[in-house]
Design a protein around this ligand. Structure first.
Ligand SMILES: Cc1cc2nc3c(=O)[nH]c(=O)nc-3n(C[C@H](O)[C@H](O)[C@H](O)COP(=O)(O)OP(=O)(O)OC[C@H]3O[C@@H](n4cnc5c(N)ncnc54)[C@H](O)[C@@H]3O)c2cc1C
Length: 352
């Protein structure tokens, strides 16, 4: 088989890269092992325009958010699925200090945040003492619809191999890449946390962290909001189904779900939520995060037939479509990649 690109991984990064390469009429094959606990398969899919305890506006929010809305809407329409919904975050203040900090951001006339004028609005559903702020607009990307729909499309067109990619079987014949019987111009790694162990890219400053989440059945909660109080409770596309998470651990011995997380979340939910709930799933995965919280996009400086679209950290849903498009434009038309994301910034490190 002769193709232009081999893409490793069909998480949200590989999905978007294959989507844009297909739009450009390129020949490619995606190889994905269908790992059920890949971060893209367990994430909540939230695109939040603010971040951290100070509710700072996220990097490139004004470009990334509209781009994501349009891209997911287009993909959803083409696939006949619901790919993205607009929501608000109802941010219940866990402490007086957090209320003050939120209030300060509102007074600074920061976009996306406002205090609520109806503090009793959620009394029948939640226990809370210190009121809440609102973050608006926020999006939820329905990964549980998108990833299987795009997989089906790729399989139908024979553009996906459902198997483990074995790095030691990759041959680099200088101008061409060969993997088993596939000959390609380039190989692009969209394999999430696996890239941190790839000899060509392991020197990039990856900082993977472990996250956990539960899925829940809650019948009576309005799904037009995401609710937050330390934990984030987000509606899934299927009515009555919810996601709650997540932990951020940098020090871990394995990537398995823990009893500690499940017990902690259940007892917090029992205090916070007035509705009955049942736990339907428990997942854990590694976020492909990076030390300086910027993605890794572009071609290897010494090995121009090898590329990467990775390092999406906690924000894969907003970063992946934007940077998949940038990488496609770079590969096909030589258009520069945003410098803070381009792996050219690590040329010296990668050349060692
Ligand atoms: C608990 C949790 C909650 C999160 N919530 C959010 C959120 O609300 N919003 C948000 O934007 N982000 C969130 N994230 C982060 C988000 O999940 C990641 O940024 C994103 O999924 C990364 O996507 P990716 O496609 O780059 O990598 P991955 O999702 O890791 O995809 C890589 C793909 O490659 C495949 N693969 C890997 N190695 C091989 C191999 N050797 N052979 C074949 N296939 C291989 C994997 O099976 C997988 O399908 C969350 C993460 C976690 C863990």
């Amino acid at each position: 088989m002769i193709v232009d690109y081999i893409i490793i991984g069909q998480g949200i990064s590989g999905t978007w890269l294959s989507y844009y390469l297909q739009k450009e009429g390129q020949r490619f094959i995606v190889i994905d092992n269908n790992f059920k606990d890949a971060p893209s398969r367990i994430a909540a899919g939230i695109i939040n325009p603010v971040t951290g305890r100070r509710h700072a506006t996220v990097w490139m929010a004004d470009e990334l958010l509209p781009f994501a809305w349009n891209a997911y809407t287009e993909l959803g329409e083409a696939q006949g699925i619901r790919a993205i919904s607009q929501k608000k975050i109802i941010d219940f203040f866990p402490s007086a200090q957090m209320r003050l900090s939120f209030q300060q951001r509102v007074e600074e006339k920061t976009d996306y945040v406002r205090m609520s004028s109806e503090e009793d609005r959620f009394r029948s559903m939640f226990n809370y003492d210190l009121g809440f702020g609102e973050i608006d607009p926020v999006y939820t990307v329905h990964l549980e619809n998108i990833l299987p729909a795009w997989r089906k499309e790729l399989l139908k067109k024979k553009l996906l191999l459902e198997e483990e990619f074995i790095l030691s079987e990759l041959q680099d014949n200088k101008d061409k890449i060969q993997y088993k019987d596939i000959i390609a111009e380039k190989i692009i790694f969209c394999d999430g946390p696996s890239s941190a162990a790839n000899p060509w890219f392991e020197k990039l400053p990856f900082a993977p962290n472990k996250g956990e989440a539960l899925t829940l059945q809650i019948n009576e909660l309005p799904p037009d909001n995401i609710y937050k109080k330390g934990l984030t409770l987000a509606p899934l596309a299927d009515p009555g189904h919810w996601w709650i998470g997540s932990a951020y651990e940098w020090d871990f011995t394995d990537v398995d779900p823990t009893e500690l997380f499940r017990t902690r979340v259940s007892s917090l939910l029992k205090e916070w939520l007035k509705q009955p709930f049942s736990i339907t799933g428990h997942f854990a995965s590694l976020r492909p995060a990076t030390l300086e919280r910027r993605p890794f996009v572009g071609l290897h400086p010494l090995q121009s037939n090898m590329g990467i679209l990775n390092g999406m950290g906690t924000k894969g849903c907003s970063l992946a479509p934007f940077f998949a498009k940038q990488l496609t434009d770079h590969l096909l038309h030589g258009i520069p990649i945003t410098p803070e994301a381009d792996i050219k910034r690590f040329s010296k490190t990668l050349a060692r």
